[in-house]
Design a protein around this ligand. Structure first.
Ligand code: NAD
Ligand code: TDX
Length: 331
C-alpha cells in the first residue's frame, strides 16, 4: 500500500509516519511537506531510510497531482495549525488550509484515491465551562478563530466532494494533542521548555480554559482505525476523556519539575479565546473498537518532559524566536 502523508514533518504527521513504519511494514510512505517554520525533516530521522520526503506545497497542483496519482491513500495532516499565529496573520491559513485542501481534493477526485482528512474539534466552537455538554458529530459548526474557520471550511469541502463527486473520504476531528515533536510555540512544550530554562510558565488570562488532552499516539491509532474500518463519508470525533484546565496542566508540570504550585505568571489573554473543548468519542469506541493507551495524563506528561529534556537539540534553535514573537504580544 502506497500512502501519501501531507504535513508528515510536523508534530502529529511525523508521529504518524514513525508509528506507521514501525507497525505496518507493508506500507510505503511518501511525505509531502513544505517544511515551513513548523516542519522539521529531522523529526523523520528515525525512519529516514524507509520514507521518501518530497519538499513542496499542497497548493502546488501539478506536484500534488503527480504524487496523488502514485498513491493508494492520502492522509492529510498539512496545515497552518497555531491559533495565535492566525490572529497575527490569517493569510497562510487561507492558502494552506483552504486552497491546499481543495488542491488535494481535486487530485483525489481525478485519480479515485482514498482520502482521510485530519481536522480539529475547534470547528465546533467552544462549550461553557460548567456544563456536561460535549461535542458530537451532530454539533453545528461554529468556529471562533481564523485557524478554526479555515479548518471548518476544509471539512465542509471534503463533505461536499464526497456527496457531489463520490470521493472516498473520511474526516476525523480530534482534541488537543500532546507528546514528542510538538512545536514549542504550543502550550505544553512551551511551558516544558520554559521550565527547562528556569523561566516561569505563562498562562493566558485566568487559566480556567479547558482542553481535552489526548496523546498523539492514541490520535494516530484512531486514524488508522478509521482508515481501515470507517465508513466513507463519515465524520469521527477523536478524544480520550482528558479534560483539564490550563491551570491544572501548569500545576502538574510544576510538580514534575519539583517547583512550587504557584510559580507561574498570568499574561495577556488570547483574543476570542475558546473556553472549553470536550469530545464525545463514543462512535469511535463502539463502532470501531478504538480505545486510548495513554490514560494517565500525569504519566504521559512526565514522559513528554523527559523527551524534551533528552532532545534539546531538536527544539533549542526555535526557542529564542518563538519567545520573541510572544513578547511582542505581551504573552
Ligand atoms: P504542525 O504545525 O506541527 O505541522 C504542520 C505541518 O504541515 C508542518 O510540517 C508544515 O511544514 C506542513 N505544512 C504547512 N503548510 C504546508 C503546505 N502548504 N504544504 C505542505 N506542507 C505544509 O501541526 P500539527 O499540530 O501536527 O497538526 C497536524 C494536523 O492536525 C493539522 O491539520 C491540525 O489542524 C490537526 N490537529 C491538530 C491538533 C493538535 O493538537 N496539534 C489537534 C487536532 C487536529
Ligand atoms: O503560552 C501559552 N499559555 C496559555 O495559557 C499558550 C501557547 C497557550 N495557552 C493556552 C491557550 C489554550 O487555552 O493553552 C491552551 C492550549 O493552547 P495551544 O497549545 O495554542 O492549543 P489550542 O489553541 O487549544 O489549539 C490546539 O488544539 C487544537 C492546536 O494548536 C490546534 O492545531 C488544534 O486544532
Amino acid at each position: 500500500m502506497r500512502v501519501l502523508v501531507t504535513g508528515g514533518a510536523g508534530f502529529i504527521g511525523a508521529n504518524f509516519v514513525q508509528q506507521t513504519v514501525r507497525e505496518r511494514p507493508e506500507v510505503r510512505v511518501t511525505v509531502l511537506d513544505a517544511l515551513t517554520y513548523a516542519g522539521d525533516r529531522t523529526s523523520l530521522d528515525p525512519v529516514a531510510d524507509r520514507v521518501e520526503l518530497v519538499v513542496g506545497s499542497i497548493t502546488d497542483a501539478p506536484l500534488v497531482d503527480r504524487l496523488v496519482g502514485e498513491s493508494d491513500l492520502v492522509v492529510h495532516f498539512a496545515a497552518e495549525s497555531h491559533n495565535d499565529n492566525s490572529l497575527n496573520d490569517p493569510s497562510p491559513f487561507v492558502q494552506t488550509n483552504l486552497v491546499g485542501t481543495f488542491t488535494l481534493l481535486e487530485a483525489v477526485r481525478r485519480h479515485g484515491v482514498r482520502f482521510h482528512h485530519i481536522s480539529t474539534d475547534e470547528v465546533y466552537g467552544d462549550l461553557p465551562l460548567d456544563s456536561p455538554e460535549r461535542f458530537t458529530p451532530e454539533t453545528p459548526y461554529n468556529p471562533s478563530s481564523p485557524y478554526s474557520s479555515t479548518k471548518a471550511g476544509s471539512d465542509l469541502m471534503v463533505r461536499a466532494w464526497v456527496r457531489s463527486f463520490d470521493v472516498r473520504a473520511t474526516i476525523s476531528n480530534c482534541s488537543n494533542n500532546y507528546g514528542p515533536y510538538q512545536h514549542i510555540e504550543k502550550f505544553i512544550p512551551r511551558q516544558i521548555t520554559n521550565l527547562i530554562d528556569g523561566v516561569r510558565p505563562r498562562l493566558y488570562g485566568a487559566g480556567l480554559n479547558v482542553r481535552d488532552w489526548i496523546h498523539v499516539e492514541d490520535h494516530n491509532a484512531a486514524v488508522w482505525s478509521i482508515i481501515e474500518k470507517g465508513t466513507i463519508g463519515e465524520t469521527y470525533l477523536i478524544g480520550a476523556d482528558g479534560e483539564t484546565s490550563n491551570l491544572e496542566v501548569v500545576r502538574t508540570l510544576l510538580g514534575i519539575f519539583g517547583r512550587d504550585a504557584d510559580d507561574f505568571d498570568h499574561v495577556t489573554d488570547r483574543a476570542g479565546h475558546d473556553l472549553r473543548y470536550a469530545i464525545d468519542a463514543s462512535r469511535l469506541r463502539t463502532e470501531l473498537g478504538w480505545s486510548p493507551s495513554y490514560t494517565d495524563f500525569r504519566e504521559g506528561l512526565a514522559a513528554t518532559v523527559d523527551w524534551y529534556r533528552e532532545h534539546e537539540a531538536w527544539w533549542r534553535g526555535a526557542k529564542a524566536a518563538t519567545e520573541a514573537k510572544y513578547a511582542a504580544t505581551g504573552q
